[in-house]
Design a protein around this ligand. Structure first.
Ligand code: PHE
Ligand code: CO
Length: 296
């Protein structure tokens, strides 16, 4: 959807100051529900053994595969009991300050529209499948749920530092594209990965990307890709590690130290990195998605 013209969709007739709208569940067509079912089935056929247990458990707990696009009111009821979070509908990506305030109040803003059938593989604007299938299962995990709220509060506190890019990078490399090293092996927890079949395989198994241990400041200094598979993935050992590293650090001095621009490119590997896999970067070098390169 064109974010500059959210009113073009008749479903978004009334948008509140916090950008929330009625999900208008009754307005989904059979084709739209069918799109959810196709995507759900496809992900379920590849995620076992790739996604972490916390994600798979969350999927089960919320019953997201009971048929069609889930009703946010029903998910919220379950989620509220589990971790106190709820899902609210928004018509598009919301401004940063609005987004932070929702998270800080344990509300996850999810797009209510679903991709068209010719966008099953890839869309750049997050739709209801990405937002709900990708993000909401992890919100059933108490530590992750607290991390997301802390991120929102941190975002609100960051106003005035002019370091939003660095904070966005943290979100990107954890919430969206994070990997976790578990006793069973490396697994995915990032929403951008679990909601994409091709990136689920690429992030864990391709030769191309770097896989580097999570380091807060290193990661906040690193650029990322917004329109293709990541050139580097950052790996945590536990959600506790992620929570402690971010929540126990006062970002004030950190923002002061950071340069206005990213110091490291998305492909960089540093001497100080704990590297799991040093990628060949052959996918990106060959031109990536735009050139139709096969993920390797
Ligand atoms: N500790 C951070 C701060 O001082 C807040 C934060 C927590 C940010 C968790 C991101 C994630 O601002
Ligand atoms: Co997302």
């Amino acid at each position: 959807m064109d974010p500059d013209n959210i009113y073009a969709d008749p479903r978004t007739a009334e948008v509140a100051d916090d950008f929330t709208i009625d999900q208008n569940w009754d307005a989904y067509t059979d084709e739209e529900h069918g799109t959810w079912d196709i995507l759900y089935k496809e992900q379920l056929s590849c995620l076992p053994g790739l996604a972490c247990d916390e994600f798979m458990d969350g999927l089960d707990a919320l019953d997201l595969g009971s048929g069609g696009i889930p009703d946010f009111a029903k998910i919220s009821k379950k989620l509220k009991k589990l971790t106190g979070w709820e899902v609210v509908a928004v018509p598009c990506l919301v401004p940063d300050d609005v987004f932070f305030e929702h998270l800080a109040n344990r509300r996850f803003p999810a797009g209510n529209f679903i991709r068209k059938r010719d966008q099953l593989e890839y869309i750049q604007e997050p739709d209801v499948f990405h937002d709900v299938f990708g993000h909401v299962p992890m919100l059933t995990n108490p530590i992750f749920a607290d991390y997301m709220q802390a991120y929102g509060k941190g975002g609100m506190r960051s106003a005035g530092y002019d370091r939003l890019k660095a904070l966005a990078s943290l979100y990107w490399y954890t919430v969206e594209f994070g990997l976790i090293n578990t006793p069973k092996g490396m697994r995915i927890y990032g929403a951008g990965i679990v909601s994409s079949r091709t990136e689920s395989i690429f992030s864990l198994h391709a030769r191309s990307p770097n896989r580097i241990h999570f380091d807060l400041e290193r990661l906040m200094r690193s650029d990322y890709k917004i329109d293709d598979f990541q050139a580097s993935y950052f790996v945590i050992s536990s959600f506790d590690e992620l929570f402690k590293a971010t929540v126990d650090t006062d970002f004030g001095p950190l923002y002061e130290r950071l340069n206005p621009c990213f110091d490291y490119t998305a492909t960089a590997v540093l001497e100080s990195d704990r590297v799991y896999t040093r990628g060949t970067q052959e996918y990106g070098r060959a031109g990536g998605r735009k050139k139709g390169i096969k993920p390797v």
